[in-house]
Design a protein around this ligand. Sequence first.
Ligand code: NDP
Ligand code: OXD
Length: 309
Amino acid sequence: MTLLFLSKIDRAEWWRQELGRRMPGLDIRVWPEVGARDDIEFALVWEPPKGELARYPNLKAIFSLGAGVDHLLDDPGLPAGVPICRVVDRALTAQMSEYVLLNVLRYHRQQPAYARQQAARQWRALKLMQTSERRVGIMGMGVLGQDAAAKLIALGFAVAGWSRTARSVAGVESFHGPDGLAPFLARTEILVCLLPLTPDTEGILNAKTFAHLPAGAALVSAARGGHLVEEDLIPALDTGQLSAASLDVFRNEPLPAEHPFWADGRITITPHVASITDPRSVADLVAENIRRARAGEPFLYVVDTARGY
Ligand code: NDP
Ligand code: OXD
């Protein structure tokens, strides 16, 4: 069994160690030192160069190094018919919920306003709302959205979710489809984006979307930079339609040094670290999928390429 490892950001040696421990016979080739391309049966990848995966004629499966697969599906040369599996992992899910809770609590407890008051040496108590009065809306009620929702509900927040198809999630006010978007936004004071990036969701965080939110809403963009129409954010902050934004993901990563977001005190930036694929747990999933391939069993977490996630 031979696996190609291709990523500019994940640590190949760490993966070799974790996969080697689980599958001692696995031959791991780290790109670009791939040897004979015919040998490669599995590819474990993050943002492979366009067309690269078409160069392995015996590929049985492509494993994304992340939960998202937009970095694969945007390749016009992606080999047809080769299943793509994504990461679903307890540790990755838990980390994303930490990021969501961190930012929702920050806005709920008016931390940006207190930071401004501190800079002005101002001692002034602001109105403290109950969590039950605070309306959080999560776009994307999949693996990550549902976990974040459950944890917010445990803290008492009034949580709504928006998905593509109708979903019933305990304790969540559910909205779905294009028709459900405006009413979902109208009741949402803190908007969290946990959508996959697809042709339907590209640019969904835009001026029109912000206009449906109550004035002064906060944005937490944690899924993909392509969701945000970047030129619409600062104008929405300037008019007060949005009060603040936490951004973990950007159209161009790393965010260029000259980008106006860096210097805007209303925007909180993290470098795509809301959650990280950890080989100590995700190697179990990769090993299990290779075992399944050997046993002729269906893979876990295969992506629907037509749907885009
Ligand atoms: P899932 O596939 O489990 O869930 C996707 C959700 O989005 C589903 O509820 C789906 O609806 C909904 N959705 C998809 N398309 C639309 C649409 N057009 N309109 C409304 N809802 C839609 O994904 P995950 O929760 O596992 O991950 C979400 C994304 O988070 C990933 O794709 C990735 O981009 C990002 N991510 C970011 C990380 C970071 O560090 N910043 C880390 C990990 C992931 P339905 O339920 O009807 O199918
Ligand atoms: C992912 C990511 O998709 O880290 O897992 O962005």
